[in-house]
Design a protein around this ligand. Structure first.
Ligand SMILES: *Cc1c(COP(=O)(O)O)cnc(C)c1O
Length: 422
C-alpha cells in the first residue's frame, strides 16, 4: 500500500479501519482536554472501560456474600481463573489445558524453571539473548546459583554482531548447536523489549529440542502482540505478564503455558500448593497431592480474583477482535508510523534510525541521532506518551486496539515541532 503524508489521508485510513470502533472501549489519559497519543502499550496497556464492571462485580459479591462468593457468586471465585484459559489459549496458540493464570511473570518463570531447568551431568547450560530484560537476567543468575553453579559458567548469551542492532537467527541456531549436549535450557524473550525484534520462535524451539534441551519463552512483549503457536512449535513452557499489550492493569496476573506432554504427571519436579491439586478432592484436605490434569497443576494459591477480573474483561475484547484482525491492523499502522518517521526525517536536521528489524510486532525503537532527552520531554509535554531509553532511543508501540492512524500523523507533526523549536 502506498501512503500519503497528510492528515486527510490518515483520517481516511481511520475511516476504513474495521478496528477503529474499539477506541471507544478504552479510557485515555487527557492532555489539554484531548486524548493523549499513547505509545506505551508495551509497558502498561490502557484501561478497557468494561474492566470496571468486572471488578465492581467481585467487590459487590464480596460485600453481599462474603465467603459464600467462593461457590455462589455469579462467577464463583474458586474456579474463576479457569474462565481465562480458553481465550488465552487462542492468543498463544495452545490447547486450553496447556494454559493457566497465576502469580506474576518473574515468579512464574522461577516456578517453571523448577520443572524445566534440571541440570544433570554435563547438560547444565542455559541459553539466552545478551542484555535480556533485567528481571530475566536476575532470575537466571539466581537459578544458576541455587543449583550450586557460578552463573558465568552456565549462562550462555547470544550476541548481536558488531554494529548491528538485532539478533540473527543463524547466530542463535549456531550457538544452540555449539553448546549442543551441554545445553539444558533455552529461555529467551520471544519479542525483545528493547529493539522490538520478534525472534524466529519456531526455528529456535526446534533447534533447542533437537539438541535435547528444554525450550521456554518469556512472552511479556509477545502476548497480544504477535501470532504465537506455542503448541505446534513444540515449546516446553512459556510465561507472560498481562499488563502490557493485554491491558489487564498494573502488576496484574501472569499466564503460563506448559506443553501437554507434561500434564497429569505426579513425578515431575514442581513446587506445589493446594490450588494445583484436583478440585474433587481438594477440600477433603488430605495430605497427598493429586495434580490437576491441566497447567493448573502449577497453581499454588487461590487466585487473586480482583486482579484476575480485569484480565478476563480484557480477554473478552481480544476474543471479539481476534488475533488475525489485530495483527493485520498492527502491520499496517506500524508501516504507516515508519512512513511518517521517514517523511519527517526529510524535513529536519536530525536523523531517525529505526533499529527494529523487519521481524517486528507493534514496536518501533528509534535512535534519534542529534537529539537528546529534551526532545523526549517535549513530546511528553505535548501529549505524546512514549518512553526513553539511554542513550537516545524512543520506543513507539502503537497498540492496534486503541491507536489511530491520525495519532501517527499528529505524532509526526509534534515530533517535527519539537526538533525545529530547539
Ligand atoms: C515486563 C517484563 C517483565 C516483567 O516482569 P514482572 O515479573 O511482571 O514484573 C519480565 N520480563 C520481560 C521480558 C518483560 O518485558
Amino acid at each position: 500500500m502506498s501512503f500519503h503524508h497528510s492528515l486527510e489521508f490518515a483520517q481516511q485510513l481511520d475511516a476504513q479501519d474495521p478496528l477503529a470502533k474499539y477506541r471507544e472501549e478504552f479510557h485515555y489519559p487527557q492532555h489539554n482536554g484531548k486524548d493523549v497519543i499513547y505509545f506505551t502499550g508495551n509497558s502498561l496497556g490502557l484501561q478497557p472501560k468494561r474492566s470496571q464492571k468486572f471488578v465492581d462485580d467481585v467487590m459487590k459479591d464480596w460485600k453481599e456474600m462474603a465467603v459464600e462468593g467462593h461457590f455462589y457468586a455469579e462467577k464463583p471465585w474458586w474456579d474463576y481463573h479457569e474462565r481465562l484459559a480458553e481465550g488465552l489459549s487462542k492468543i498463544v496458540g495452545a490447547k486450553k489445558e496447556e494454559v493457566s493464570v497465576m502469580n506474576t511473570l518473574t515468579v512464574n518463570l522461577h516456578l517453571l524453571m523448577v520443572s524445566f531447568y534440571r541440570p544433570t551431568g554435563k547438560r547444565i547450560k542455559i541459553l539466552c539473548e545478551e542484555k535480556a530484560f533485567p528481571s530475566d537476567q536476575y532470575m537466571l543468575q539466581s537459578q544458576a546459583r541455587y543449583h550450586g553453579f557460578n552463573p558465568e559458567d552456565v549462562i550462555e548469551e547470544v550476541k548481536k554482531r558488531d554494529g548491528e542492532h538485532f539478533w540473527r537467527t543463524e547466530d542463535i541456531l549456531d550457538k544452540i548447536n555449539e553448546v549442543g549436549e551441554e545445553l539444558a535450557l533455552v529461555l529467551m524473550g520471544g519479542v525483545n523489549y528493547y529493539n522490538g525484534q520478534v525472534l524466529d520462535m519456531e526455528a529456535i524451539t526446534k533447534a533447542g529440542k533437537e539438541v535435547g534441551a528444554k525450550v521456554g519463552w518469556d512472552l511479556a512483549h509477545g502476548v497480544g502482540n504477535v501470532k504465537l503457536n506455542l503448541h505446534d512449535w513444540g515449546a516446553d513452557f512459556a510465561a507472560w505478564c498481562s499488563y502490557k499489550y493485554m491491558n489487564s492493569g498494573p502488576g496484574n496476573a501472569s499466564g503460563i503455558y506448559v506443553n501437554e506432554s507434561y500434564l497429569g504427571q505426579k513425578d515431575i519436579p514442581r513446587f506445589e500448593g493446594w490450588w494445583g491439586t484436583k478440585k474433587e478432592t481438594r477440600f477433603l484436605m488430605q495430605p497427598e497431592f493429586d495434580p490437576i490434569d491441566t497447567a493448573d497443576a502449577w497453581q499454588l494459591s487461590n487466585p487473586p480474583i480482583l486482579s484476575v477480573a480485569p484480565y478476563l474483561a480484557s480477554l473478552e475484547l481480544f476474543d471479539e477482535v481476534g488475533m488475525d484482525a489485530l495483527v493485520q491492523k498492527q502491520k499496517s499502522i506500524v508501516a504507516f508510523l515508519e512512513f511518517v518517521l521517514k517523511e519527517i526525517d526529510k524535513e529536519v536536521d536530525s536523523t531517525f534510525e529505526i533499529i527494529t528489524p523487519e521481524e517486528r510486532g507493534c514496536q518501533l525503537s528509534v535512535f534519534l541521532h542529534g537529539e537528546g532527552r529534551p526532545l523526549f520531554d517535549y513530546l511528553m509535554k505535548n501529549g505524546v506518551i512514549t518512553d526513553w531509553r539511554e542513550p537516545n532511543v524512543i520506543r513507539l508501540a502503537p497498540a492496534p486496539l486503541y491507536c489511530s492512524y491520525t495519532d501517527m500523523y499528529n505524532f509526526g507533526q509534534i515530533l517535527k515541532e519539537g526538533i525545529l523549536s530547539k
